[in-house]
Design a binder for this molecule. Structure first.
Ligand code: NAG
Ligand code: NAG
Ligand code: NAG
Ligand code: NAG
Ligand code: NAG
Length: 788
């Protein structure tokens, strides 16, 4: 499955319960999908063994072990369902764990949300997650679906309406205002209720009109055929423009006629066949479509397979992966916005490292220190050819004739193998020819940064574009190198134009846009699957004069880049649909806050807000600063049930606070390392232990000595172990399993106690989760027996 995630830094209105509005602009973004109550994640090997699956010999081929294991789990159902092992599965040399990603197949058609991730080491299954459909498989592909027969459309729309009404009550209670909604409040409610209002409009109100129009055309209601009406219905929900909706409504048939469909036939058998639909209103590229099954809960609590069109829709500000039921009346079932918001050939002689006048790594923003001259990082593991060199063949901007014999090209701008950084004042998708600072032969990127108050703050900001882009390039490359050393490598799906034949897919450096014209007071990141460029858009903040430039706040850049990290590591490099909504979408936000806060923290403990400098707001843009003190940050698991906590940013804040508490517990136990950056590798490729890693014994993975470095390692290893669409429980369990594998479980009780202190103990519970993030949660403060 190809999918992509846009995650923006701040949610806008929903996140601020205090009554103060965070000064942000919200990009419209939809994200929801069916809750899979039948999905499991088992991280305790004993659970797996007692199910009857015994460890295989320690040198067994992990993929063979995976096949035996899947056959064992599927049991007699195996005759009805098959599967394929995805090509982005990999063995991680930094842990020795093989991550196997599996997609369910029924009647030759993929079950788009039937995922398994199996983690295997030395012939043992360490953990696995599964959301495979385990109900009655339909006898054959039928042109008639039963979905709308079993769940009539009128009933479905009634249910949506009452859900809307209950959200409205929550909204009114939160505002503490009984006044009728004016137009301003209507917009705020729209943001509060998230996708629901759009879904209700598209699936229920628009649908009725479309249905009337459709009845005049030959296609019979209730049959799978033309995907264009389903797509138009999705566009009505997805477009941020009411003009586009009006246009679709008034020229429905013309739009359908103009939308041309073409297919792509693959030479190799077994490849997914995609269709492309051109001239789709508000899409910037032809929409990719294929048919798939999706799992939908029925009224009686079981789950049924529904035939759906899966669309990949690239728009100006979103990149959606959506499933719409194929049979009319169409329903949008799930939406993920990919935007969130070998031998190493090396050049004959290494280039002279470039240098940059920037706020150095660890300085969060201009209020936190001065700019200094910092050097390009030549880390033989993370960036073996540095930050300004990439192969001619992998450079989309190179237009000349490649010099014979030369493999690499050196650049003298902020453009290299990991990051393409440039201004994007126009706010469009083009980036190749956008302006970048030029260092020439000096390789010194030293530009002035002295913005002053002015009547033309925009001009002032633009006059400092050289310094801004330099900073963005430097910060993004440092993040790339740091995460690489903690295991976000080529195999794991990292962002590089060229992968040095070390696995994964080439061609996906991060496109980092400074002063992006598509917004103010925010930032976002789009994560398509491995092999397609990630896109970061940093905005100016008009919260002060001179404007504050988000590119200078490292925490914001780190938060954004971390969407790429968590999306590529969760569920495998080629599945960008695992952190789309609810708890998993929230944790997608939380990891970024946690990592940004950990990177800026020092030996002297301090609480930290997020985005305080850019937003010009000492409290920052979240509800609370991150703090060990629960009178300063009271977030617990149950906080997720509070009104205003259904959006991913508020959920993420709770997760980040838990990780902060966990990391402080590890620091108390193991001390603090002044640098998070591991020692540079020696010429022979080995990493010295120094005072950073424990001395290496045999082929064991490197174990960080200190609490803060260990916390980062466990959090990143946990992302690789957790299932697609993880819950808080799953991600907690994955971190505990990561510790089991890395240290033999030394921190088992430290981790459990820290999670339990914020209500995520062994007895915490959730019931009645909704696709919008709701549910009834119970804090649990208990820890396993051996920790009491
Ligand atoms: C529809 O329901 C009938 C009767 O319950 C069943 O035999 C058939 O397989 C179902 N079709 C699909 C596509 O689920
Ligand atoms: C890039 O720089 C290296 C080191 O200075 C040099 O050996 C190499 O020839 C350069 N590549 C090109 C294409 O100029
Ligand atoms: C950026 O740097 C270049 C080269 O030093 C300089 O010519 C240009 O004027 C600078 N741009 C701005 C907006 O200061
Ligand atoms: C930590 O606090 C001590 C004592 O107050 C001070 O001397 C030191 O400079 C501080 N270190 C950092 C990194 O802030
Ligand atoms: C790499 O070099 C270091 C220092 O010279 C040495 O101690 C180590 O044994 C070497 N490792 C290998 C695998 O050759």
């Amino acid at each position: 499955m190809r999918c992509l995630l846009i995650a923006s830094l701040v949610a806008g209105i929903v996140g601020s319960v205090s009554g103060h509005r965070a000064p942000v602009t919200a990009r419209k973004s939809l994200g929801f999908g069916p809750i899979h109550d039948h999905a499991v994640y088992k991280s305790n090997p004993y659970q797996i063994i007692t199910n009857g699956f015994l460890p295989q010999s320690s040198d067994a081929d992990p993929f063979e072990v995976a096949r035996l294991f899947i056959d064992d789990i599927l049991g007699p159902k195996h005759v009805q369902t098959s599967y394929k092992i995805r090509s982005d599965s990999y063995t991680d040399p930094s842990t020795g764990i093989t991550h196997v990603y599996v997609r369910q197949v029924v009647h030759g058609i993929e079950v788009a949300d039937g995922n398994m991730n199996i983690n295997i080491k030395d012939g043992r299954v360490l953990s696995y997650g599964s959301s495979f459909f385990n109900g009655q498989v339909p006898s054959m592909i039928s042109l008639q679906d039963n979905y709308s027969l079993r769940y009539p459309h009128s009933e479905y729309c009634q249910d949506l309406t009452s859900e809307l009404e209950s959200q409205f009550s929550a909204f009114v209670a939160l505002q503490n205002e009984q006044v009728p909604l004016g137009s301003q409040s209507a917009k705020e409610f729209d943001e509060f209720a998230g996708p629901l209002t759009h879904l209700h409009y598209s699936n229920c109100q628009f649908h009725t009109l479309a249905d009337e129009m459709a009845s005049q055309r030959p296609q019979a209601i209730g049959e799978i055929g033309d995907m264009r009406p389903a797509l138009l219905q999705f566009m009505v929900a997805a477009t941020p423009s009411s003009d586009v909706v009006t246009d679709i409504l008034s020229k429905y048939d013309q739009h359908l006629e103009k939308m041309t469909v073409s297919g792509v036939n693959h030479f190799v058998d077994g490849e997914q066949t995609y269709l492309y639909i051109d001239n789709v209103p508000d899409a910037v590229k032809p929409v990719k479509a294929h048919m798939a099954y999706v799992q939908v809960p029925t009224k009686d609590g079981s789950v049924e397979l529904v035939t759906a069109w899966k669309f990949e829709v690239e728009m100006e500000d979103n990149w959606y992966e959506a499933a719409v039921s194929a049979v009319a009346p169409h329903r949008i079932i799930s939406v993920v916005d990919w935007a969130s918001d070998a031998p190493i050939p090396s050049p004959e002689e290494p280039r002279k490292p470039a240098s940059y006048n920037v706020y150095a790594w660890g300085v969060n923003d201009p209020s936190d220190g001065e700019r200094t001259l910092e050097k390009e990082n030549f880390d033989d593991l993370a960036s073996p050819v540095g930050w300004h060199t990439l192969p001619f063949d992998n450079d989309p901007s190179y237009k000349g004739v490649k010099p014979s014999k030369e493999f690499y090209r050196n650049t003298t701008t902020t453009y290299g193998n990991n990051v393409f950084a440039q201004e994007n004042w126009e706010g469009q998708n083009a980036y190749l020819d956008n302006y970048r600072p030029e260092a020439g032969d000096s390789s010194v990127y030293d530009f002035k940064y002295k913005p002053k108050e002015s009547d033309e703050p925009m001009d002032v900001a633009r006059n400092h574009i050289n310094a801004t882009v330099t900073q963005l390039f430097y910060t993004c490359n440092m993040i790339h190198d740091l995460y690489y050393r903690y295991g976000f490598t080529e195999l794991a799906g990292n962002f590089q134009q060229y992968n040095f034949d070390r696995g994964g897919r080439d061609g996906d450096a991060v496109i980092a846009n400074a002063q992006d014209g598509s917004g103010f007071n925010n930032a976002n990141f789009m994560t398509p699957p491995d092999g397609t460029n990630g896109r970061m858009r940093m905005y100016l903040w008009n919260t002060a004069n001179p404007y504050r430039d988000g590119d200078f706040e490292a925490g914001i850049v780190i938060h954004e880049y971390s969407h790429g990290l968590s999306t590529r590591l969760t569920g495998g490099p080629m599945n960008s649909g695992c952190l789309g909504w609810g708890e998993s979408g929230g944790m997608g936000e939380g990891w970024g806050d946690f990592l940004a806060t950990t990177i800026r923290s020092t030996k002297n403990y301090s609480d930290y807000p997020m985005g305080a400098w850019a937003a010009n707001r000492p409290k920052g843009i979240r509800n609370y600063p991150y703090s060990l003190d629960d009178s300063i940050n009271p977030s617990t698991y149950q906080t997720l049930d509070k009104p205003g906590y259904w959006g991913v940013h508020a959920i993420g804040e709770v997760w980040a606070e838990m990780l902060w508490v966990v990391s402080q517990a590890l620091i108390k136990e193991h001390g603090f390392s002044d640098t998070l950056y591991p020692p540079l590798p020696l010429e022979n490729g080995t990493v010295p232990s120094d005072d950073f890693y424990r001395p290496v014994v045999g082929k064991k993975p490197l174990v960080p000595i200190h609490g803060n470095t260990l916390a980062v390692q466990l959090v990143i290893n946990g992302m690789k172990l957790q299932p697609c669409q993880p819950s808080f429980f799953d991600s907690r369990d994955a971190i505990i399993l990561a510790d089991e594998e890395l240290t033999g479980g030394e921190n088992f009780c430290t981790l459990w106690k820290a999670f339990a202190s914020r209500g995520l103990g062994t007895d915490s519970r959730v019931a009645g989760r909704t696709p919008w993030g709701g549910g009834i949660r119970t804090n649990g403060y208990a820890t396993p027996k051996k920790c009491q």
